[in-house]
Design a binder for this molecule. Sequence first.
Ligand SMILES: NC(=O)C1=CN([C@@H]2O[C@H](COP(=O)(O)OP(=O)(O)OC[C@H]3O[C@@H](n4cnc5c(N)ncnc54)[C@H](OP(=O)(O)O)[C@@H]3O)[C@@H](O)[C@H]2O)[C@H](O)CC1
Ligand SMILES: [K+]
Length: 569
Amino acid sequence: MMGCMIQAWSADDVRAAEEPLLTAGVALMRQAAFALAVIVRRDLARRRAVAGPDGELRDGSVRGARVALLVGAGNNGGDALHAGAFLARRGLAVTAYLAAPRVHEGGLAALLAAGGRAVTVDATPTAGPAGDSATSVPEAATAAAGADVIVDGLLGIGARGPMRGTGATLVEALAAALADAPSDGSNDGRNDGPHAVEAPPRRAHASASAAATRPWVVAVDAPSGIGIDDGTLPGPVLPADRTVTFGAAKPGLLLPPATHVTGAGAVIDIGLELPPPGRPGQAPAVVRLQDADVVWPVPGPHDHKYTRGVVGVVAGTATYPGAALLTASAAVQAGAGMVRYQGPADVGRAVVAARPEVVTAGGRVQAWVLGSGLPATGGDDGQRGRARAALAAASGRLAGAQEPVPAVVDAGALGLLDHTCPAWVVLTPHAGELAALLVARGEAVDRAHVEAEPLRWARRAHEATGATVLLKGGASVVVGPGVVYAQADAPGWLATAGAGDVLAGLLGAMLAARAPEIVTHPERAAQVAAAAALVHGRAAERANPGGPITALAVADAIPGAVAALLAQR
Ligand SMILES: NC(=O)C1=CN([C@@H]2O[C@H](COP(=O)(O)OP(=O)(O)OC[C@H]3O[C@@H](n4cnc5c(N)ncnc54)[C@H](OP(=O)(O)O)[C@@H]3O)[C@@H](O)[C@H]2O)[C@H](O)CC1
Ligand SMILES: [K+]
């Protein structure tokens, strides 16, 4: 079972938590470095696996394996150097590439004492080869690209702005060298995030020495140069196959786009107390839900459609009828008590023909799903009017309407927001739709800006509208009152037409099932939205593991995905 939610704490909170331990003389760096060395050795052994006489793959020997440490000026480099010393003492061939005039003295001394080597990377281009204790950036990049593993200890939580100096030129040269190197597949760009500690798959090689072609890249605490607290990629970054982070996950490891370059993760407990002493009540900066965190009401003998949650769907038009079916199907498959479809009669007939559980009669609902399949401008005034009225009712602004209820506002309905909303209204834009929503509120921003800084702009949209914002993408960011979630559960195959319609219907059913609670505690809508993104990803994985999927297949896979989550309880 996937463990419980991952809490990511800001660099400042992590430092505050380290302080008392450092003051007490706790050897945090040696703890961190030892754990890092153990993981590097284990990953290497698995990548050098050899088939035994019985054909079983067994971890290969790591003796003599070549380790390249990329060392920066701070304690991040110190972690790498001390880890290199542990590895050198176990017979690995360790070379440190020092990308700063001064590096962590204790770590360097430990490495050299253990038999490791160190060369200074001289960024100033020299006519001939650099001195014997120094090497040029191109030479260092070529040497490191030929290693079995690269340990990226250039920058950690002390990074300020885009990586600069020798480290930056070295990373750029290395990223170029590695981009050309064929991979044996075990670096297959996995993004498991910091919860997954499992090592890379074992790859059979003719012999232990025939290691994989491209080095395994292990980031120390974080891939150097990412935005530690906001997940941006402000400058050069060396994508990692594994990130070993200390004390707690950092927001940048969970947030896009940086979460896509962290590889598989490992959070090493070094005894930090979080929230930090002296900051009681401090919340984690970003949270990522795991399977066990998904709250899914299981009906009992006294339940009926209204206690399970009736979902009203205003989606699709005569031009885009498919969105109506996808949204309604997802809500039905997610176990809604009932789904009321509101829209053009011929679209309603097509929906009911495909999903006889859906009704087209009006009546009470516990959540609305508005806008999927509606164009941002023009198009069907009838649908726009229905969506506007439902949004007003959901928000409690329609006199005489039933009690306010949660609503999902998607696609063409996003342009109907002309008031601030309660947080039980959840917006589900993609980057382009979020940019349009912000431009309508005076921000000079486009899709590329939103994709470069998803947290910043999703937070801005939450502040501007009051609604909970689920910004969809390769990884989804959810911003609600005082809380941020970042989910990266979706396989790349989910980037397909109609997937957003399915998410909207799924989320609507999940909100309807807990409507009274969510209207009373609007901050919980964000957790439901994050859970919907997780279930959406799990359903996509089930729809066709490892291959192309259709949105309708994702909707049809929701029941199985939910059953699998509940079976883990
Ligand atoms: N404190 C401990 O014992 C433990 C720390 N851990 C590890 O340490 C790092 C944090 O170490 P710190 O020294 O605070 O910071 P960094 O190593 O990340 O980097 C600081 C140096 O990097 C320079 N710097 C800052 N920004 C940039 C940039 N954009 N480009 C290039 N260089 C940069 C900075 O120079 P300044 O001029 O800004 O001072 C510093 O020289 C943490 O991440 C852990 O890996 C252990 O994990 C736990 C124990
Ligand atoms: K690093």
